[in-house]
Design a binder for this molecule. Structure first.
Ligand SMILES: [Zn+2]
Length: 309
C-alpha cells in the first residue's frame, strides 16, 4: 500500500497539463478509479490539519476531530492538542503487525511522527504486542532522497503501508502562484517522482500485484494567488482522490462506484448529510484495502466505506 499526498495539488493542473504533461497521474486515473472533485476538510485548507485528517480519518473540529487548527509543529502531540489520544491508520496497521512508513518533505510532519512514536503512541492491545512506536520508518527529507527511499522501502518490504508526502507543487504555488508556469512545472516534477516509483513496481510484478496506490492532496490553491488558506474557495477545497492497483477497478469514477457518497458539484458540504469523498477517507480506504478494520473514533467510520471494486 502506497498512499501519496501531493501538497497543494489543484486538480485543474491535471486537466491543464493532460496526459502528455502528467502521464503518471493520468495512468493512475485511467487504470484506476478516481475523482478530480474530492474535498479537503470542511474547516481548513491548510497542510497540517488536512494531513492529520488523512492519517486519522478525522475532521478538525469537535470530539471526533483532531483539534489541529495550526500549521506548524508546536513541539506537542495530537493527544495533548486534542485532550485525548487520536489513533490513526498507523495504529491499526502496526498493531496488526503490518509494517508502516511515513516519508515527508516538510518539517511540520515531525508533529505527526512524534504523536505516534515510542513515547506517545498507544499501547498495542491487539494480538501480539508490536509496541507503542506506530512507525517502523519515519523520515523527513528532500524530494530526491524520498523518491529513492520510498522505492527502497516498498521493494525491500521494509514497510507494507507507506505514506509519501510530495511538496513541490505547494512550494511553487507559494513562490509564484497556483496554475502558472512554475506551478505546472512542479506538478510535472511530482509526476516524474511518482513515475519513478511506478517504474520500480513495473519491474517487480509480484510487488505490483500486491500494491495499491492511493493519491490525494491536502488542499489546492487559487490561480495566480500565493495563498490557499481561504477554506470557502473552490480552488482551495477541491482536490483529487485517485486509487490504483490491487483491489481497484480500472476506469472507474469514485462517485459512480460509491452511491452512498455524492458528487458535491462546486459546493462545500459540511459534515451533515451525504458526504463527498474527502482526503480524510484515505485512512479507512487504505486500511480496508489491507483487510484491516477502520480507525476507531473517526467521523468517517460512521459512513459507509468507499467501495473501490
Ligand atoms: Zn499544504
Amino acid at each position: 500500500m502506497l498512499a501519496i499526498s501531493v501538497d497543494g495539488l489543484n486538480p485543474e493542473a491535471l486537466t491543464t497539463l493532460g496526459r502528455d504533461g502528467t502521464p503518471t497521474f493520468w495512468r493512475l486515473i485511467d487504470e484506476g478509479s478516481a475523482t478530480l472533485n474530492a474535498r479537503s476538510a470542511y474547516e481548513l485548507t491548510i497542510t497540517l490539519p488536512n494531513h492529520a485528517g488523512m492519517l486519522s480519518g478525522r475532521p478538525v473540529s469537535g470530539d471526533a476531530g483532531t483539534s489541529v487548527t495550526f500549521n506548524d509543529d508546536t513541539g506537542g502531540t495530537l493527544a495533548a492538542t486534542h485532550g485525548a489520544y487520536v489513533p490513526g491508520l498507523f495504529d491499526i496497521a502496526h498493531d496488526h503487525d503490518v509494517s508502516t512508513a511515513l516519508l515527508a518533505e516538510k518539517d511540520k510532519f515531525a508533529f505527526l511522527v512524534r504523536s505516534w512514536d515510542r513515547n506517545h503512541g498507544a499501547a498495542d492491545m491487539t494480538g501480539a504486542d508490536d509496541g507503542r512506536d506506530k512507525l517502523d520508518v519515519a523520515e523527513i527529507a528532500p524530494a530526491d532522497e524520498l523518491v529513492d527511499d520510498v522505492t527502497d522501502t516498498l521493494t525491500s518490504g521494509d514497510a507494507r503501508l507507506v505514506f509519501w508526502h510530495i511538496a513541490a507543487p505547494d512550494a511553487a504555488g507559494h513562490a509564484a502562484g497556483w496554475l502558472g508556469p512554475e506551478y505546472l512545472a512542479a506538478v510535472g516534477d511530482a509526476d516524474e517522482q511518482i513515475g519513478s516509483v511506478l517504474d520500480a513496481l513495473d519491474a517487480d510484478p509480484a510487488l505490483a500485484a500486491r500494491t495499491t496506490v492511493l493519491l490525494t492532496a491536502d488542499h489546492g490553491g487559487p490561480r495566480g494567488a500565493e495563498q490557499h488558506d481561504d477554506a470557502t474557495r473552490l480552488a482551495n477545497y477541491r482536490i483529487p482522490f485517485i486509487a490504483w492497483g490491487r483491489g481497484v477497478r480500472a476506469g472507474g469514477d469514485l462517485y459512480a462506484l460509491n452511491p452512498d457518497r455524492a458528487d458535491p458539484g462546486t459546493s462545500r458540504p459540511d459534515y451533515t448529510g451525504t458526504q463527498p469523498i474527502r482526503n480524510m477517507d484515505l485512512a479507512d480506504v487504505a486500511l480496508g484495502l489491507l483487510g484491516l478494520p477502520a480507525v476507531p473514533g473517526a467521523a468517517t467510520s460512521a459512513l459507509p466505506p468507499v467501495i473501490l471494486h
